[in-house]
Ligand binder design. Structure first.
Ligand code: HEM
Length: 274
C-alpha cells in the first residue's frame, strides 16, 4: 500500500490548525457547583458568536464588491450569510430543552451580562443599515469594543453601498440616500421606490441587480426570523421576567421583530402593479 500523500507542512495537525484545545478550554461554567445546563448555555452563545464572526467577514466582502459594481459577486457572499442564518434560526430552540427552573439555578451568576453586550450582533445590525446609537451604552466598560461599533455606525453599510451601486448603474438617486431615508426624508424615499420598481417589474432585464436585491431582502427576513424565534424561546424559558440587561424582556424583544434594514425594498411589493 502506498503512503498517503502529505500536503503542506508535515508538522501541521488538525488540532494545531484549528486550535481545538484552545477552543475547548473556553467553556468555563460560573455556577458553584457547576450546573449541568450552563454548559449548553455557554456553548450555544459561543457557537452564535463564531457564526456572527463569519457573517461580519462575509458582509465586509459583499460591501467591497458592491463598491466595485460587482452585483453578482456581492450576492454570492450575501447568499452565504443567508445560508448561515438558516442554521442560526432553528438552533436557538435547543435551549428549550433547558427547564425554566434549571436556568434559574444559574441565571443570577450571569447578571448583568446580557445579549445587549453582543458586540458582533450589533455589528451585524449596524452593517445592515440598522444604526441605533443608543446601543453603544452597553459597551461603556469596553471602550475597545465601543470604538469598533462607533466605526460601524459612522462607516458604510449594506444599504448605503446598495444605493451607491444603484446610482453607479444609472438609477436616479441622490448621494447619501440611505442617511436621508433614515432621517425620514419622504421625497427621497419616493425616489428610491421609483428606482426600484423597474427592477421588480422586469427582473430578467436587471437580473444581477434583482438577484442581489432579493438576497438582501432574504437576509433581512432571516434576521427577523432569528428575532422571532429568539423571543419565543425567551418567553418559554423566563416568561415575562425582566432581562438581565435591564430591558422589559419579552415586550422589548417583540418590539424588535419588525425591524427592517431594507424597508423600501419590502415596500416595492406593495407598490408593484403590471
Ligand atoms: C435561555 C436563553 C435566552 C434568554 C432567556 C435570553 C433572554 C434575552 C433577553 C431578556 C434579552 C433582552 C435584553 C436584556 O434585557 O437582557 C435578550 C437579548 C438578546 N439576546 Fe438573548 N436570551 C437567550 C438566548 C440567547 C442566545 C442563544 C443568543 C445568541 C447569540 C442571544 C442573543 C441575544 C441578543 C443578540 C440580544 C439583543 C437583541 C436586541 O437588542 O435586539 N440570546 N435575550
Amino acid at each position: 500500500m502506498s503512503e498517503p500523500r502529505v500536503y503542506g507542512s508535515s508538522e501541521m495537525t488538525y488540532n494545531d490548525y484549528l486550535k481545538v484545545p484552545e477552543l475547548l478550554s473556553l467553556q468555563q461554567r460560573q455556577s458553584e457547583p457547576p450546573h449541568h445546563d450552563e454548559m449548553l448555555f455557554i456553548i450555544i452563545h459561543q457557537a452564535y458568536e463564531l457564526w456572527f464572526k463569519l457573517v461580519i467577514h462575509e458582509l465586509d466582502c459583499a460591501m467591497a464588491h458592491m463598491q466595485k459594481g460587482e452585483a453578482l459577486r456581492a450576492r454570492h457572499f450575501i447568499h452565504r450569510c443567508v445560508e448561515v442564518f438558516k442554521v442560526l434560526v432553528p438552533q436557538i430552540h435547543i435551549l428549550e430543552t433547558m427547564q425554566p427552573v434549571e436556568f434559574l439555578q444559574f441565571r443570577d451568576r450571569l447578571a448583568p451580562a446580557s445579549g445587549f453586550q453582543s458586540m458582533q450582533f450589533r455589528e451585524v445590525e449596524f452593517m445592515s443599515g440598522l444604526k441605533e446609537p443608543r446601543y453603544l451604552q452597553f459597551f461603556k466598560n469596553r471602550p475597545d469594543l465601543q470604538a469598533i461599533l462607533q466605526a460601524r455606525l459612522e462607516g458604510p453599510d449594506l444599504r448605503s453601498r446598495y444605493y451607491d451601486l444603484l446610482r453607479s448603474f444609472g438609477f436616479d438617486l441622490p448621494e447619501g440616500a440611505s442617511d436621508m431615508e433614515r432621517s425620514g426624508d419622504e421625497a427621497v424615499c419616493e425616489k428610491i421606490l421609483t428606482a426600484l420598481i423597474p427592477v421588480y417589474r422586469d427582473p430578467q432585464a436587471n437580473l444581477p441587480l434583482y438577484l442581489l436585491t432579493e438576497s438582501l431582502v432574504e437576509l433581512d427576513q432571516y434576521l427577523g426570523l432569528w428575532r422571532e424565534h429568539h423571543v419565543r424561546v425567551v418567553e418559554r424559558v423566563i416568561g415575562f421576567k425582566k432581562g438581565t440587561g435591564g430591558s422589559s424582556g419579552v415586550d422589548y424583544l417583540r418590539a424588535t421583530t419588525t425591524k427592517k434594514s431594507f424597508p423600501l425594498v419590502w415596500e416595492v411589493r406593495t407598490r408593484l402593479s403590471l
